[in-house]
Design a protein around this ligand. Structure first.
Ligand code: MG
Length: 246
């Protein structure tokens, strides 16, 4: 993996899906794993998620490059904002009607981000039809907005670069350039980035197809790659040591 640039989706890829976005559990070793992998790759690791940047940092700490809100905001590992899309007033106007819609359906949730408003109904599946109908009708009159289906959720978001665009943008950054992209994701929003990683000569992996649907299997695979990289680096240091003696 030493010549790779690694791009990872979060929910359903690194973390098991939970009833609400706030209820996810970050395995205790995951933060350390990502930070060590990032430093082994000399910073060529980025999280690419639909979550907000604040949310990503809350889960994993700062110091890891991230594309938030499906690529609307990109930040490097040093904390510098690389891209920040313009906000859209049409989206703000939908906040009130969507709040009213979730208020009418107990145990549903509205997640308000800068570039997207997400309706969640995992805890109330019977509300799905009504919420989808409402969101579809609201989004229809705003060409700058689009609907983004997710696992038992629907997002109305400002049209933007998407995850494949985020991958391309990171690949122009010095920490990533010249490497082969490896992307892992689990959802329909991840398919373009999976295809893009493959098209760039790298590897696009899907949690369902390549890891039996298990984020734990993804973490195991990443741990294995990290250990291989560490033993490779030790081997190199050992060789240098020997040649120094000789
Ligand atoms: Mg996902």
């Amino acid at each position: 993996m030493s010549g790779c640039a690694v791009f990872l989706d979060i929910d359903g890829t690194l973390l098991d899906l939970a009833e609400t976005p706030d209820a996810v559990v970050v395995p205790p070793h995951l933060r350390g794993l990502l930070h060590r992998l990032s430093s082994q790759l000399q910073g060529a690791l980025a999280l690419i998620s639909g979550r907000s940047l604040a949310d990503i940092d809350r889960l994993f700490g700062s110091g890891i490059a991230a594309a938030a809100e499906h690529g609307a905001v990109l930040r490097d590992a040093g904390g510098r904002i690389i891209e920040d899309m313009a906000e859209n007033a049409d989206l703000r106007a939908l906040l009130a009607p969507l709040r009213a819609a979730v208020a009418a359906h107990p145990r549903t949730l509205l997640e308000a981000k800068r570039f997207g408003l997400v309706l969640h109904w995992r805890a109330a599946p019977s509300a799905a039809h009504a919420l989808i109908t409402c969101a579809t009708a609201l989004a229809a009159s705003h060409p700058a907005l689009e609907l983004q289906p997710a696992h038992e959720a629907l997002e109305i978001r400002v049209r933007g670069p998407g995850k494949a665009g985020a991958l391309d943008r990171f690949m122009r950054e010095p920490a990533f350039a010249g490497r082969l992209p490896l992307f892992i994701g689990d959802d329909t929003t991840d398919e373009p980035a999976i295809a893009r990683a493959n098209a760039r000569g790298g590897q696009g992996l899907h949690v369902g197809r390549d890891f039996a649907g298990s984020p734990a299997a993804v973490l195991q695979w990443l741990e294995h790659a990290l250990a291989q990289g560490e033993s490779g680096a030790q081997g190199e240091r050992g060789d240098q040591g020997e040649s120094g003696h000789g």
